[in-house]
Design a binder for this molecule. Structure first.
Ligand SMILES: C[S@@+](CC[C@H](N)C(=O)[O-])C[C@H]1O[C@@H](n2cnc3c(N)ncnc32)[C@H](O)[C@@H]1O
Length: 261
């Protein structure tokens, strides 16, 4: 598959399905609090597998509409009230979707964009008065083992996850960006800004470890090129992430919302 933007991963079900299993219940709760009204105009940026696009489509109803934008839209669902736009959002060009919007959602997109600060300002400016911006990001934190079959397993997990984060950071992904979004929304003039954190334990064989497995398998060659031990990576992929005695902390997710006055 050819990706248009210089994005660090490929959109495949093995990555996006476990991501959705982890985050969709949380996002559904965030949307339930915001209560976007039926008939509204919503935007999903970096729509990926489109599970949130689908949620927004249901909330918008027949009289509303949803624009979904991604550099790779092959997994975004079609629907009578959904318009799909293929666009590289790091290009600095005007958004392919025309606002103003009642709600803009973007999950795990902006930490990948070099123009992330300007982009958040642009999203804030695309809201109707009273409209909401809801963004979510993974933030880099020290890998944490909750329980492991041996100290060796624990040490390999920590080394490999640190290696993954290093390789991602080298590709202009910003691991600390999630902590800066709140202030960026305030700078963009949004009100009622609020941040919430979400993480949990992941056990070998479960959806979370399948996500770690996919992230690392997509970056295996880049990690080896950067000097990481292939034997560590292969133990991580073939044993650790399938081992029910391995329990680790998930990626740390931060959810930030703000409202245009
Ligand atoms: C980790 S996925 C998240 C997908 C979805 N928002 C979710 O949370 O289930 C990140 C998404 O951002 C998109 N993306 C990354 N860089 C992009 C860019 N420069 N322009 C447009 N989309 C981009 C990817 O194609 C991918 O669909």
């Amino acid at each position: 598959m050819t990706n248009l933007a210089d994005y660090v991963f490929h959109n495949v079900p093995a990555q996006l399905t476990p991501l959705q299993e982890f985050l969709d219940p949380f996002t559904r709760g965030e949307l339930a609090e915001i209560q976007p009204a039926a008939g509204g105009h919503f935007l999903d940026v970096g729509a990926g597998g489109g599970s949130v696009t689908r949620m927004l489509s249901e909330l918008a109803g027949e009289s509303g509409r949803v624009d979904a934008v991604d550099q790779d839209t092959h997994m975004v669902p079609e629907g009578p009230n959904i318009t799909i736009h293929t666009q590289d959002l790091s290009s600095g060009e005007p958004l392919a979707a025309q606002g103003p919007f009642d709600l803009v959602h973007g999950r795990l997109l902006t930490h990948h964009l070099e123009n992330r600060v300007e982009f958040v300002h642009r999203l804030a400016g695309s809201l109707k008065p009273g409209g909401w911006l809801l963004l979510g990001e993974f933030v880099r934190s020290a890998p944490k083992v909750v329980s492991a079959p041996s100290e060796h397993h624990a040490a390999v997990f920590q080394r490999v996850l640190d290696g993954l984060y290093d390789v991602m950071t080298a590709r202009h992904t910003h691991g600390g960006w999630g902590h800066e979004v709140h202030r960026t929304m305030l700078d963009a003039g949004l009100t009622e800004v609020r941040t919430r954190w979400h993480y949990e334990s992941w056990t070998g064989g479960g959806y979370g470890c399948r996500l770690f497995e996919n992230n690392v398998s997509q970056k295996r060659d880049a990690m080896i090129e950067a000097g990481f031990d292939a034997a560590d990576i292969d133990l991580f992929l073939k044993d650790l992430m399938h081992n029910p005695d391995m329990v680790v902390r998930s990626h740390e997710f931060v959810s930030i919302r703000g409202r245009r006055a």
